[in-house]
Ligand binder design. Structure first.
Ligand SMILES: NC(=O)c1ccc[n+]([C@@H]2O[C@H](COP(=O)([O-])OP(=O)(O)OC[C@H]3O[C@@H](n4cnc5c(N)ncnc54)[C@H](OP(=O)(O)O)[C@@H]3O)[C@@H](O)[C@H]2O)c1
Length: 244
């Protein structure tokens, strides 16, 4: 029996944005462990090389493509290269994202631009970019990463919550558009996860009480590995007994 057989994502190709660290990295490692060939996208070439080496050392298949997903043409080129190299594209996980917090009263609109561009617009652009290939295959899974911040008000997180609420609404509508086309869309809503995202946030909550990136990755595997006839369109993952 080949190594590929019996693994949940054997034979599939997954593109993970934000794969250099945090949630995206954990998803990429977990998908590779389940037999997927993984395309890794983020801006840091060095981070991607480290993740790719980790996957290859364990017998997995990884392709690192340094990409700034806020650049539309770069996203098009990313999908084109992924399909040219690996022949198909079965799963997209949009885990590239950022968080900046602060009260609205003290904010300048320009402070929000980079986060809106990455957390919202780039997610839309990435989803759109994979559609031609997934529709052609009549098979595909898109997983967008949401946040409880969109559902439970946290003072200081208004702009961040707005980006995540936008992604939630987008995911629901896109799922409806693609129903019957073989392409499913899921939203993975996570509570606080202990990733480098918190490094730059003053007064971050107790990281020991957060989810681990590997927890989110397990949920992503569950969503991606369901048989094609079933779609887990929304999943909320919270630290049990911890903080949101
Ligand atoms: N951590 C949490 O508590 C938590 C909870 C719920 C939801 N989320 C969401 O989960 C997602 C991932 O968060 P995380 O905690 O894993 O963050 P992270 O540890 O900071 O990782 C973010 C990843 O995104 C990449 N990235 C940033 N800007 C990019 C760009 N312009 N183009 C391509 N890649 C880019 C980063 O690499 P480069 O900088 O090298 O590009 C990095 O690989 C975000 O959408 C976040 O909002 C996080």
């Amino acid at each position: 029996m080949s190594r590929e057989m019996g693994r949940a994502l054997a034979g599939q190709v997954a593109l993970v944005t934000g794969a250099g660290r945090g949630i995206g990295r954990a998803v990429a490692l977990a998908f590779a462990a389940e037999g997927a060939a993984v395309v890794l996208a983020a801006r840091s070439r060095q981070h991607l090389a480290g993740v790719a080496a980790h996957i290859r050392a364990r017998g997995g298949r990884a392709l690192a493509i340094p990409t700034d997903v806020t650049q539309d043409a770069a996203v098009e080129a990313l999908v084109e290269e992924a399909v040219a190299e690996l022949g198909r594209l079965d799963v997209l996980v949009t885990a590239a994202g950022t968080a900046s917090f602060g009260p609205v009263a003290g904010a300048k609109p320009a402070d929000w631009d980079a986060m809106l561009a990455l957390n919202l617009r780039a997610v839309l652009v990435c989803c759109r970019a994979v559609l031609p290939v997934m529709l052609r295959q009549r098979r595909g899974t898109i997983l967008n990463v949401g946040s409880v911040a969109a559902e439970r008000p946290i003072a200081g997180a208004a702009a961040y919550a707005a980006t995540k609420a936008g992604v939630a609404a987008w995911s629901r509508v896109l799922a409806e558009e693609l129903r019957g086309e073989g392409v499913r869309v899921g939203l993975l809503v996570a509570g606080a996860v202990d990733t480098p995202l918190w490094d730059a946030i003053p007064g971050a909550p107790d990281r020991a009480r957060m989810l681990r990136p590997e927890d989110v990755a397990r949920a992503a595997v569950l969503m991606a590995a369901l048989p094609p006839g079933a779609s887990l369109e929304a999943l909320t993952l919270l630290p049990a007994g911890g903080i949101l």
